[in-house]
Structure formats: C-alpha cells, structure tokens
Design a protein around this ligand. Structure first.
Ligand code: SIN
Length: 270
C-alpha cells in the first residue's frame, strides 16, 4: 500500500496494486491499525459487489445488521441514497455513527456507486485534535464527565424499524481512549448526545454547544473527501466525526455503508 497524507494529522489516500478484497489477514490488520492512526483512509478505484462488500465487513469485525433491507441488499449494508425527492440527506450534520449503542461502532466502510458531478463530499473532523486544542482546565474537567447518548439518530429509529424506547441509551465518557493507540479523543456528537451527566440543563447545553462549535469552526482539525464511483472510505468512529455535505440537490448520490461494532468506550481512570 502506498500512503499519502491528506492533512498532516487526519486522513490518508491509499494506493493499492489491486483490490482490497484480495488483502491478506496481515494487510487487513494493517488497514485497521492505520485507520486508528490516520482516522480516515480513502481507497480510490475499488469496484465490488454488495455481497463482496458485506463479506469484507466480516473481515473487519462484527458488522451491525440492517434487518429492513430488501432481499437484494445484504443485512450488513445500509443503503445511502439521495436524489430529487430528498429533503434531508443521510449523514447531514456532524455525528459519530450510532453512538447510543453500549458498544458503539469502531470502523465504518462507505463505498460510493453513483456520485454527483460536483459536491457530495464527506467532511471529517479529528476528535483527538479537538481535545488537544482545548485549554488544560477544560480538558481536566471533561475527563471527569460522561454524556448520555440517545438513539434519535439511530438508523433503526429513523427508518421506522424500531421505536425510540426499544433502542439502547448509553452513558459514555466524554474523553475516550482509543484501545489501539491509547490516544484521547473527545466523544460527544450532536447527532446522539442528549446531555452531560451531573450538570444542570443550562450548563450541559452551553458546554455541548461550545464543544460542537469548536469542532465545526476549527478547519485545521478537518478534512474533506471527494468521491468518485468505486471510492471506498474507512473511518474510525472512536476518533472522528463526519458530516455528509448535501449541496448537490437534485442530483443522485448512491452508496453503501457497513459499520463494525466496537467496544465499550473507556475513559481515563480519575
Ligand atoms: C454517513 O455514514 O453518515 C453518511 C456519510 C456520507 O453519505 O457521506
């Protein structure tokens, strides 16, 4: 694999001699480790069928299931489609995938089949740098806090497959430690977090707003992926947030994502 950084700390463009589907076990392990370091890996020119993508997901770990898929789409894949009838595109707004789960996803793998002539980029933000750029007193406070993640952005809730009450609500540390790199990352996102535990409603809202603005208004911690058909992108939800830019209406965009179960987020023992 030939790796070129997209920004110094976040994202790498990877050139491979062939298909990632032919990767050895060692190469898949290298991919997972590299994604833990770089946050986002972009592999251009990786054609594959839906079944092949679903099969590759199992090489990364335990994929989340999408039980409402039609028979033509494997349960391991979620279809991401926008077009002339779309009012809100999937993935708009900064978020981490399905963080309301007790063991929220580690890697996500998104492959595009159809892309607009221009636009439709995915933006990523590095939550390690987001944490590192905060002042020491705020870092120290955040390390003592946890946040409640609710399933309002859960794919099973949004697609009507499950009621809000039937899905998990989880408390996770606001600063989590990556199990492979031991790096600290801010772990709150506007798509799922309801409140910071132990603070008043006003304090919680103000602190969350500050953290979300810090992520959104700090371009130095962000990168942006431009898609071509058959681009495959992996990201590590433990250390990045993402945002799908819906700037291409009414053009079509079609891709398939698989999402790999992670582990219970661990904070620093205080
Ligand atoms: C998502 O996984 O949130 C969708 C990202 C995208 O469509 O670019």
């Amino acid at each position: 694999m030939k790796e070129a950084p997209i920004t110094p700390a976040l994202g790498s463009l990877i050139e491979t001699e062939g298909s990632i589907l032919d990767f050895s076990k060692a190469a898949v392990t290298h991919l997972v480790n590299l994604c833990a370091q770089r946050g986002v890996l972009v592999f251009p020119n990786q054609p594959m069928t839906l079944e092949e993508q679903a099969g590759f997901a199992h090489r990364l770990g335990e994929p989340l299931r999408f039980p409402n898929n039609p028979p033509s789409i494997p349960e391991e894949l979620i279809k991401i489609r926008s077009g002339p009838k779309t009012k809100v595109a999937a993935g708009e707004g900064w978020h981490t995938d399905v963080s309301s789960e007790p063991c929220p996803p580690g890697l996500s793998m998104l492959r595009m089949e159809e892309v607009p002539e221009s636009g439709g980029d995915t933006l990523f933000a590095d939550m390690r740098q987001a944490f590192n750029l905060l002042s020491q007193p705020l870092q120290a406070l955040l390390k003592t806090l946890s946040a409640r993640h609710e399933p309002r952005g859960h794919y099973l809730f949004l697609s009507g497959v499950a009621a809000f009450e039937d899905l998990s609500v989880s408390d996770h540390p606001i600063v989590r430690i990556h199990p492979l790199t031991q790096e600290k990352a801010l772990f709150v996102n506007d798509g799922f977090v309801a409140r910071i535990n132990g603070l008043s409603h006003r304090e919680s809202q103000a602190l969350l707003r500050l953290l979300y603005d810090h992520v959104a208004y700090t371009p130095a911690i962000q990168t942006r992926v431009r898609w071509e058909p058959n681009t495959v992108v992996f990201w590590d939800n433990r250390i990045v947030q993402h945002h799908a830019a819906f700037d291409y209406f009414p053009a079509e965009r079609l891709g398939y994502r698989c999402t790999i179960m992670g582990e219970e987020p661990i904070g620093e023992a205080i």
